[in-house]
Design a protein around this ligand. Structure first.
Ligand code: HEC
Length: 233
């Protein structure tokens, strides 16, 4: 009796030690470290941060309610480098009187960077919004060392203020609002929304490449979930 008890106790104790060791080792191997950024990057999709742009409603939407007086307050961020009065001096940056609607780099006697000079075009509402959102993204290599204004309403207010200083461009039309019927049609087109009976794409085993050595590779039993398990019962 005693002998048997000792044997059993030995196995139990030994098993416990082995389990403990195994969990320590697997713990070392499969240490889960929290990645710096969560989620998977998707090719072709612009990532947030680092001066990159995130999709945003058109600036015209924000301009409808823009307030030039509020924009004047935002412009305080610019006065370290810019004057905006008519005939004002160029500073670190050029004088900004009448800039809206003017060609990029229009101030004679100001030495623009090649980045801005070679960009071409005029300061439309969209161009100015993009520029002020992130000068670096709009004209890589620009010498305007200003991080940008991420808040679209701040930018719209500022644009309204800039426009009132010698430009007076007409406001852009508000972006067309979607009619409820259009929104519904879009909804119906979205896969996985509503109609769950829609056929799902199927993989053809004949054409789907298999990686040898992985579970489910060649030679793996042809068992598929519950159905296969229930066959034997
Ligand atoms: C640190 C200094 C600095 C600050 C702050 C700054 N800018 Fe500039 N800005 C510049 C420089 C330098 C240029 C010339 C850029 C170039 O040639 O690449 C410039 C160019 C511009 C231009 C192009 C003008 C043209 O003639 O085509 C506009 C518009 C402009 N800035 C608006 C602003 C506004 C609005 C702000 C505030 C939100 C601002 N800047 C803040 C330095 C600055």
């Amino acid at each position: 009796m005693d002998d048997r008890f000792n044997t059993i106790a030995g196995w139990v104790l030994g098993g416990g030690i082995v389990l403990l060791g195994a969990s320590l080792i697997t713990g070392e191997y499969f240490k889960a470290e929290r990645p710096e950024t969560m989620g998977y990057p998707i090719a072709g999709v612009v990532e947030e941060g680092a001066g990159e742009e995130e999709a945003e409603p058109p600036i015209a939407a924000f301009l409808q309610t823009a307030d030039a007086a509020a924009g004047e307050a935002v412009f305080r961020k610019c006065t370290a480098c810019h004057t905006i009065n008519q005939g004002g001096a160029n500073n670190i940056g050029p004088n900004l009187w009448g800039t809206m609607g003017a060609p990029l780099g229009h101030v004679a006697g100001y030495n623009y960077s090649d980045a801005l000079r070679s960009k071409g075009g005029t300061w439309t509402w969209e161009a100015m919004s993009d520029w002020l959102r992130s000068p670096r993204t709009f004209a890589p290599g620009t010498k305007m060392t200003f991080a940008g204004l991420s808040d679209p309403q701040d930018r719209a207010n500022l644009l309204a203020y800039l426009n009132a200083q010698g430009s007076n461009l007409p406001l852009p039309a508000p972006p067309a609002a979607e009619t409820p019927a259009e929104a519904a049609a879009e909804q119906a087109d979205m896969p996985g929304q509503g109609d769950m009976a829609e056929p799902q794409p199927e993989l053809d085993p004949a054409t789907t490449p298999r990686t040898p050595g992985t579970v489910g590779g060649p030679g793996a039993p042809d068992v598929s979930g519950r159905e296969g398990q229930e066959k034997g019962q």
